[in-house]
Write a protein that binds this ligand. Structure first.
Ligand code: AMP
Length: 218
């Protein structure tokens, strides 16, 4: 069983790493942002409520998010472990998650990793980010371009930019991160390993995979 929490600002590369680690480790990649985007796409009551908040670069309420994560972690595939990407994002979420995780029986220690990057580099990366509207694969026009412009290498789907990846929203998301999410790092201070997000994706992947395999947090 693997329990990994990936922390870090938007655009630091958490999603890319989480997807690859999930494949390598055989556990689900749980991205609360992806769950919300799916709800927006399906126009569910949650999606309708969440869209405005997401496009403003703000956070969906802790109560709603906790319900989502509680439900997701109760599904059978989460029993063998999981990689959390985008949750927790506030101190209250971290505390609630800690309680939830402490109820899991015979579970190994939690690995907590923070991938960090400067605000300038975050803005540059997010502006270049594209994802496949069909299979969700992530690209970046600066350093991971698709073979054909705006076409997914994997499935031929159309590449699009997330509506909250526009520059104005990105700046607000980074400000929200600094205000509400950075304090979460203090909560995990004794357990977190910091990873420099400027490294190559391969090097960052190896580092995190090594930490998980060693089953330790630092
Ligand atoms: P992400 O894909 O992780 O960057 O998330 C996209 C957006 O979804 C965020 O900017 C928030 O508006 C919302 N969101 C995702 N996860 C959370 C969370 N744990 N708490 C509150 N809002 C979230």
């Amino acid at each position: 069983m693997v329990r990994l929490i990936l922390l870090g600002p938007p655009g630091a590369g958490k999603g890319t790493q989480a997807a690859r680690l999930a494949e390598e480790l055989g556990v689900p990649h749980i991205s609360t942002g992806a769950i919300l985007r799916q709800a927006v796409f399906e126009k569910t009551p949650l999606g309708v409520k969440a869209q405005e908040i997401m496009d403003a670069g703000q956070l969906v309420s802790d109560d709603i998010m906790f319900e989502i994560i509680r439900e997701r972690l109760s599904q059978p595939d989460s029993r063998k472990g999981y990689i959390l990407d985008g949750y927790p994002r506030t101190l209250a979420q971290a505390e609630a998650l800690d309680r939830l995780m402490s109820e899991e029986k015979d579970a190994p220690p939690v690995t907590v990793v923070n991938v960090d990057l400067s605000p300038e580099e975050l803005v540059r990366r997010i502006a270049g980010r594209r994802s496949c509207s069909n299979c969700g694969a992530i690209y970046n026009v600066h350093f991971k371009p698709p073979r054909r412009e705006d076409v997914c290498d994997n499935c031929g789907g159309a590449l699009t930019q997330r509506s909250d990846d526009r520059e104005e929203t990105v700046r607000e998301r980074i400000a929200t991160y600094e205000r509400q999410t950075r304090p979460v790092l203090d909560f995990y201070a004794a357990r977190v390993t910091r990873v420099d997000g400027r490294g190559s994706p391969d090097a960052i992947f190896e580092k995190i995979a090594g930490l998980v395999r060693a089953g330790k947090a630092r």
